[in-house]
Each structure stands twice: as C-alpha cells, then as structure tokens.
Design a protein around this ligand. Structure first.
Ligand code: ATP
Ligand code: MG
Length: 688
C-alpha cells in the first residue's frame, strides 16, 4: 500500500502534497485546521480530492467525512475523484471505489440533516423547500394580505422584498443596515418590511415550508444548541470545504459550531475569485480563517498553475493585479503556449455571435471537441443572439445558469401535484394544483386549503370538500388521485405515473403548444426513476435543478458532443481548452448596474474568473455596439460601449488584436496629378 500511495501522490507538487498529508496518520480527527489559499488553476480542488482520498486510504470512515462545495455537480465530481484515488491506493477495483455519502452543497446537506433531526427541533419532516420563484409568490401573497400592495405603488416589488429578506438572513445583519447598504431606496419602508417579513416567516412555518435561506438558517439554529452541535460535530471527523471565498457568515458560523477548535477542518479557496458577495458571501471568511481558532490554522499556498498557458496567465494576472485589495499571489506555469489570447473587435452582438460560431467550428475542425469549448457571459440573456446563431447552424449546445427547466409553468404544475401530496400544508402547491381544475378559482381554493388546515386528516378533507357544481366531476377525479398519492403503501416512482395521468389532460386543455410541454413533463417523469423516494426527488430537484437547454435546439442526446454556454457565475471551478468571453465592454463587465468601488471590484474578479477558465485558447469579444436591456420601463436601447475598463491599454497590447469583419483593404495612396484631365472628352474626341 505504501508504494501505491506514493504512486497516487506522485503527480503532486510539494505544496500540494503538504496539504494532502497534513495531519494524516496516527491521530485521525485530531488535526489542526488547514487553509489552502491559492490562485486559479493551481490545483486546489484536486488537492482537496487527494486529501479526502488519503484520509480514506489511511483509515478514515467515508461516512464520517463531510465534503462541502458550491454545486452538487462539483461535489459529485470531487467525490468521484477522491473515491477513485482511494481505490487506487487501497488496491480496489474502480467499481469498488468508496462512496462519500456526505458530499454535497451546504443547502443539500442542510436539508438532509434537518429532515433527520426534524423531531428534535420541532420541524415537520415532510417540509417543502421553496425555490426562489415560490418564495416570491409567497412573499407576494403575504404582502397582499397585509395590504402593502394596496397602500402604495411605491412599496418594493415582491422580488425586491425577497432579495432584502435573503440578504438580511445571509449576512446576519440587522435589516436597517442591509437597507442602508444595499437597498437605500427602500429604507423608508423599514417598519413595514419588518412586519412583512414577520408575516412571511409565520406563513412559512404554518405551511411547513422552508426556503433556501432557511436551510442554512435552521441548520445554524440547530448547531447553536450546544448539545446538538457537539453531537453533529462528533458525527463528522473531517469537514472539508471548497470555494470557501464564496461562503457567507451563516455558513462560517455553521462550520465553527461543528468544529469550534478547527480540528479536522480544511477549507480551500481563492480570495481573488470571490464573486457572490451580492448574495451575502464575504471574502472575510477566508481571510480571517487562520486566526479564528485558539490554535492557528496551517496555511498552504500553491503557486504553480497547471491549467493555462503563460500568455493566458499573464493577461489574467494583469487584470487582477489592479484589484484594490487582495492577498498577493504569483502564479507560474511551464505549460507550452498555443499563441496569444485574442481580443476581438466586432461591430455588434449579431456579428459577435457569427464570429464565435465560426471560431467554435474552426476549433472543432482542428480537433477540439465541442465539449472542451465554452462560451461565457455576464448575464443569462446575453447569449440570446448566439443561441439563435447556433440553432441556425445546428451546433448543439447546453446552457448553464440560464432559465431553469423547473421554471417552466407546466413543469411547476406537475411538481406541485407531488409537493401537495407530500406536504398537504403547502399552500403554494395547493393553490397551483387546485386551480388547474376548471371551475375552481382562488376563492374556492382558499376555502379548501383552510378546511385542510383545520382538519385532522387533510386527505379526508379533500374527499369531503364540496366544490362548485360546475367542478364536481373534475373534482372527484382529483380527490381520487390525491387519496392515491397520499396512500402510505404507494411506492415511488408510481406517484409520478398517477400525477402525470391526472395532469396531462389539463395540460392539453391549457396550452396550445401542449406537444412540446408534454415532452418536458415526460422527461421529468423519466428523471424520477433515478431518485430513491418522492421526498428525495423533490428536495434534490429544488436544490439542484437540471439545467435548461435551449428551447429551440432541444436537449442534446447524452452521447452527443455539445458546446457549453454558461454564465460566469456558473462556470466557477471548471476549465475548458477554449473559452470565449462575450461582451467584454463597459456596461457589461463591469455591468452598468455596478455602483461603488466594492461592486466594481467584484466585477473585476468576475472577469478574472472568466479568463482563468481557459486552458489553451482565450478569446475576449468586444462588440462596439452593445444592446442593453434596462430594468426600468424605458425599454431596450443601444449603447456604444468601449472595451472593458479592466483591460487597460497596456494589457490590451498583450493580446493578439483582431477586428472583424476585417477592415476593407485600402488602395495604396498615390498623390493625385496636379492637372485634371477630361478623359471622357478625349475619348469622344477620338471619334470625331
Ligand atoms: P479554480 O481556482 O479555478 O477552482 P483549482 O485551483 O481548484 O482552480 P484544479 O481545478 O484543481 O484547480 O486544477 C486545475 C487543473 O490542473 C486540473 O486540470 C488539474 O487536473 C490540474 N492539476 C492540478 N494539480 C496538478 C499536478 N500536480 N500535476 C498535473 N496537473 C495538475
Ligand atoms: Mg477549484
């Protein structure tokens, strides 16, 4: 085994190895806290995976390792890699690689723990999780019930209310502070907002509903209880966190409660890549980590970059070097270079789309699979022109970070049926489902939900409910389905079949384009089979929705090659051989909504994250005419933008500069003869 271990760790450099071997050995679980802070592509994530593998290889119980990161995809990938390396060291076949049952996101793990400990904290274990859309709907309802929408038109919209609420929760800051800092135009409503949020919390509790923020808030509340904190802390010998720079105060508080002395705690991250402060993340978590514990943390820095070529590193480093505040890092690589990165000037977004599509195809001709190429952009709708162009040319693509599959109304309908069956107190789902029945409006729906609230047996309340005469037949049909869905003997995924049978006729009736929508809900039903239970299906789907592909192109088959389109935020931690970044113009990067020095700095880091995703080819696109959609009622407008201020003139010189379409070739300048001749007259004269 010693030899196999040496082989598995042979590729690591000294600093990576130090992090992988830190405290592993005799006294498992008795390990000084460890921080790995390093620049992009320096192997932080792979070091973390090797560390987990090493822990397992040296006897740690995979059940007792908690591995946290920002997306389920990333967690699964890291768990897979760790398992493979561990199997290699232990001499196991790769099919027998150890699994890591506790690898996930903070929210996903929180949801699991809250269900498991529901009884201890007075929570209904069948709670529903509300996504952002549901949260806004419920906020809107409470807002309406409290009469705030009627009092004045200037009262913040429901989406803004949810943003304020969420920020208050995630930053653990008083409302008045959050208002002053981030929503000054809403400050006058402080006391009304307080009442609104109290009503919102009340409504959630009554309906056994938790929103995203609650998953952290309740988890933090749970471990604020010393006995539970000690119990949970003892359950996990090792807690490891990737992308620590994008955690918020609540997440840091949870970690600290689990591991008060920091023993067994490992966090890795890069302060230069912190891009989620708009959601309450704070880079202070990573900067303050070392001194947080009685016994100071060990800090390991990684300086060698394995991802990008030197010219790509040079331009990326130049962008981040100008940042106001940062932990100084130097990155170097000895990766051979494939030419300079390109800075491409195009007239507008339509031409930008053409250029990118051309380039993508040219790369493919050159042997680069579509999957190893990505196009990144600031905001989801910035890819619209490109999506059209790709569809026109039949280039398959998958889009991350855009409109989610689950945001489509028919998908929400079907899920609401299952949610309503899972949690009869969930009024948002109940409203949605019952109003699909012809003849049932909001008043009847409310009457039903009220009756269910007070009934000892909510299923019976549905059976006994007397709907308006016009809805009688349809109602009977629904009540039967509901009873069947509530039956304790029902075995997943049979629920899906029942729900689909009931829903499809309504879908046909409600939508002209029922055919396409039918495909979506049937796809959802197929997905269901992959989950262990109705509860797991609903939870995981809400927390980590499948990404939508373009409506136009349709989902590519799994074995098909496809191009990746992604917002920069969703691209974090990943890498591609070729990367295009769209709209590297002022007004987009930085976004024109970014106000103040701190927000601008975050925009700079965002560009840095985008550029450092590239392994061999980086293309920054600069459309000179840039289309902005204003949030206000003023509508869309064109903006004559310049190159992003983050690429200075000196930095621009490091790029290969292209203009497209190429400027017309000018004839060499020949000075005109002083005396004009009348050639035409001469020609005529020749015939005279
Ligand atoms: P980011 O900051 O973007 O999250 P990171 O620091 O987590 O980046 P990784 O994604 O772990 O970096 O690694 C970047 C690339 O370098 C990966 O392709 C990885 O396989 C490779 N790599 C990391 N360490 C080594 C090594 N010692 N030898 C060879 N390749 C390595
Ligand atoms: Mg990483």
């Amino acid at each position: 085994q010693t030899e196999r271990l040496a082989a598995a760790l042979a590729t690591l450099n000294d600093a990576q190895r130090a992090a992988v071997e830190h405290g592993v050995g005799a006294a498992l679980g008795d390990v000084r806290p460890l921080l790995v802070i390093a620049g992009a592509g320096s192997g932080k994530t792979s070091t973390l995976a090797h560390r987990v593998a090493n822990l397992i290889a040296q006897g740690a119980d995979p059940q007792r390792i908690l591995l946290l990161t920002f997306s389920r995809r990333a967690a699964q990938e890291m768990a897979r890699r760790a398992g493979q390396v561990a199997a290699q060291v232990l001499g196991l076949r790769s099919e027998a690689a150890p699994a890591l049952p506790w690898a996930g996101t903070f929210h996903g793990v929180g949801a699991r723990l809250l269900r498991e400990y529901a009884a201890q904290i007075g929570l209904d274990e069948n709670f529903t999780i509300h996504d952002r859309g549901d949260a806004e709907d419920l906020m809107g309802l409470v807002r309406h019930e409290l009469g705030f929408s009627a009092t004045t038109k200037r009262f913040p919209r429901k989406g803004t209310c949810v943003s304020i609420y969420s920020r208050t929760v995630n930053t653990c800051a008083p409302l008045v502070e959050v208002l002053a800092q981030a929503f000054p135009w809403c400050a006058e409503w402080e006391s009304e907002l307080k009442r609104l949020f109290a009503g919102y919390v009340e409504a959630k509790q009554q309906q056994h509903v938790l929103d995203y923020d609650d998953l952290l808030l309740y988890w933090a509340g749970m471990v604020a209880e010393p006995a539970l904190a000690a119990h949970l802390g003892a359950r996990f010998d090792h807690v490891l966190v990737d992308e620590y720079q994008d955690t918020n105060r609540l997440q840091a508080a949870i970690l600290l409660a689990l591991k008060p002395d920091g023993r067994g705690l490992t966090v890795v991250g890069d302060d230069a890549q912190s891009i989620y402060s708009f959601r309450g993340a704070t880079v202070r978590n990573i900067l303050d980590f070392p001194a947080q514990f009685a016994e100071p943390a060990r800090v390991v820095a990684l300086e060698r970059n394995y991802r990008s070529t030197q010219p790509i590193l040079d331009v990326s480093n130049a962008v981040i070097a100008a940042a106001a505040e940062r932990h100084a890092k130097t990155l170097w690589t000895d990766k051979p270079s494939a030419g300079r990165p390109q800075l491409v000037l195009v007239p507008d977004e339509a031409q930008q789309a053409q250029w990118v599509a051309d380039r993508v195809l040219a790369h493919r001709e050159g042997g680069l699979a579509l999957k190893s190429q990505a196009v990144l952009f600031r905001t989801s709708y910035h890819s619209a022109a490109l999506e059209l162009e790709l569809a026109r040319r039949n280039i398959p693509f998958v889009k991350y970070g855009g409109l989610k599959f689950l945001e489509a109304s028919h998908v929400k309908d079907l899920l609401a049926v299952l949610r309503f069956a899972q949690n009869p107190r969930g009024r948002m789902a109940g409203f949605r489902v019952t109003q699909l029945i012809p003849g049932i409006g909001p008043a009847t729906a409310t009457r039903l939900l009220d009756a269910m609230d007070t009934a000892a047996d909510p299923t019976a309340a549905v059976q006994d409910f007397v709907p308006p005469a016009s809805a009688q037949v349809e109602w009977g049909c629904f009540a039967d389905t509901y009873a069947a869905l509530r039956a304790p003997t029902l075995e997943w995924p049979a629920d899906m079949g029942l729900a689909l049978d009931w829903y499809l006729p309504h879908l046909e009736r409600l939508h002209d384009d029922a055919g396409v929508r039918r495909g979506d809900v049937e796809q959802l039903a197929r997905l269901a089979a992959g989950y262990a239970s109705r509860e797991r299906f609903l939870t995981e789907l809400t927390l980590d929705p499948p990404e939508a592909t373009s409506d136009r192109a349709g989902p590519p088959l799994l074995d098909e090659d496809y191009l990746i389109l992604s917002t920069i935020h969703s691209a974090k931690g990943q890498e591609w051989t070729s990367v295009h970044v769209l709209n590297v113009v002022d007004g987009c990067l930085p976004a024109d909504v970014a106000q103040g020095a701190q927000e601008l700095e975050e925009e700079r880091r965002l560009l840095y994250v985008a550029m450092t995703r590239a392994k061999d080819h980086l293309h920054l696109l600069v459309p000179q005419r840039f289309y902005v959609t204003q949030q206000s009622a003023r509508g869309d407008r064109h903006l004559y933008a310049g190159r992003s201020r983050f690429i200075t003139e000196a930095d621009a010189a490091r790029f290969e500069r292209c203009t497209w379409p190429p400027p017309p070739v000018q004839a060499p300048h020949v000075p005109a003869p002083a005396a004009a001749i009348d050639l035409l007259a001469r020609m005529r004269a020749a015939w005279r």
